[in-house]
Each structure stands twice: as structure tokens, then as C-alpha cells.
Design a protein around this ligand. Sequence first.
Ligand code: CP
Length: 361
Amino acid sequence: MRRQRLDQISWEDFQKLPLSKKGPYFLQSDGQPYHVLIAQQFDRASLDHLCHLATRIRRIAKSKQGMEFLAGLLPHKRAMLDFSQPSSRTFLSFYAACQILGLKVAEVRDPATSSEMKGESREDSVRTFSSYFDMIIMRTPLQGFAEKMAWLLSNTERPIPIINAGSGKDQHPTQALLDIYTLQRSFEKMNGIEGKTIVFVGDLARGRTVRSLSYLLTKYPNVTQYFVAPEKLQIQQDVLDQLDAAGVTYHVTQDFEAVLPVADAIYMTRIQDEWDEDGESQRVDISKYYFKAEHLAQIKFSTIIMHPLPRRQEIAAAVDHDPRAMYWRQMRNGMWVRSALIASIFDRHEEIDAYYQRYLK
Ligand code: CP
């Protein structure tokens, strides 16, 4: 991908671009990410690079000397965590990633504590953060808002990177990156992600993690995707259009148990009822889509069970101790991938590689 500049395109023209054409606007001149906003900005080479870097950081972090090295990489940078929707994992793993790399962190988690309560716009609020910080990590219920702020800040005298930590119902790119890292690690000795069957289950209509991950999986040859959900919560047509365009094999079904034996990874999701307009989720019987302890006997020995979390009843707690339950490790992987992403944004990846070659190779 060749870099394009956000300060050389109008917001109106930028908005009209298809997702597939927006990626180059979020890159640095050396191809590393600058803004991280949509899954569509990642190609296979950048995914491989991030996974590789995440593994190196994870291994370096095992020793005190390694942790001291990592903490010395970005002590001169400050990050703002602007989370106007609830979060445990994304917030804390970004917070921990910043700490690992030495960045100083501040947060706004409740807009009621900011001057937005005095009538300041969200745009002015975010521009205010850019006066004091070197990066903004943003979770927002507003689809497209992180992109708008990236464009807006790129057209000020103080452009800084923006990372989308979950936006509306549409995108959660860094969750998809940690999911890819989890799949890659899990299938490391089984020829990687290529050729695997990935089964998405639950509220696929409103699950932003599924939307982002489904796209990233198109970067791996011969992956088959299944979408298992009640009709009202099925995957949206725009995701299927994307798979058609990429020539990906997929199946849309309501039959959870029939799919279990063919799955290499089962990606469970919860009902996203925070998006309900009139309690419509309450009228859908989702219990047929719960992964119960008895289902462990129906999946392969090598199948992994994933979940972006938080969960409700869709995975029984009795499944947690099975070695195929990958969701706790998946969650921790988020810290390593987010560390790799921040290190790449601030061009510290070569120093990490050099340290790794010198002390751990
Ligand atoms: N997976 C995920 O986004 O979790 P949080 O909402 O807890 O950040």
C-alpha cells in the first residue's frame, strides 16, 4: 500500500471512499501504521509483522532486563485513553501496553467529568486532548467518529495518531488483530491460519469484533467462514459482499450443533443488547447458541474456543478449564498486540528487533 495524505483530501471526498481505499491514508511513509481505524487498512504483510513483533515483545518482557529495555522505548510520549463506552479488556490492555513501553497515560472514561457537560462538542474535546498528548486511543458509540477525528487532527498544526478501540457497531480493529494473533499462535504447528474453518456464533448483526475479524481472515488463503445465528441477529450483507469480493467460501446457518465437528475455531459472542431500540433481543431465543460442557465432546481435539469477552451465558464456566478454551489467553494476547501496534506507530520496532536478535536469539 502506498501512503496517501489525509491533509490532501476533503472530508467529503474521504467519506465517499470505499473502505478498501481508505487504508493508505492511515499509514506512515515507511508503511507502518499511523492511525489505526479500520480492519481494511491491514494487509497480510502488516499482520505478519505485527504478530512477529508481538511475540518478540512478549518474550523480551519475560525478564527484568527486558522489561527495563521496553520501558525505555517511549518514556517521552503520552497517551490519552478516551473511552466513552464501557470497557475492561481493551482499556486495561492498552493501559498496560503503554506502561510496558514507558508511555505516560491519562484517561477520560465518563464524558460527564469533561467540559462536554458545559456544551463543548466531542470534536473540540478530542482536539483539546491533542494539545496535551501524543496519541489518542478512543472508544466511541459513534460509527465513523474516530475516522472523522483522524481527518480533522491531520488538518491541524498538531496531528497525532488515533487508535480506534471500538466504534459503534462497525469496527473493533485492534480486537481483530489480537484475534488473528491468537489464531496464529494456536495453529502455529498446524500450518497457521491458512485452510482453517472459523465459526462465528451469536449476535453477528451487531458484533463489531466479528465484522473486523471476518475481513482480516480474508488475508489467509482457503479459510472457510461460518456464521451461526438466529435470523434476526445474522451477519449483515455488507460483510458477505466483502467475502464474495475476496472469493472466500462462507456458510450462513442457524444450526449450531451441525457446525461443531467441522470447526477449527469457534468464536462465540454475546447479545449486544446495548444497541436494542425496543428490547428486540429479549424476543430472540439465543439459548440454542450457547456452548455447553457437553459440546466439548463434539469438537475436534485441536479446535479452539474463542470469545472477545465479556461473556454472559454463551459459554458455560465448566468449559473454562478445557485446554481448548482460548479466551483467557486471547485476552492477554491483546496486551502484546497492542504493545506491538504502539511500538510500530512510534517507530520502535527496529530497536525491538535488534534487542531480540542480541539477547534472545
Ligand atoms: N473485547 C472487548 O472489547 O472487551 P471490553 O469491552 O471489555 O474492552
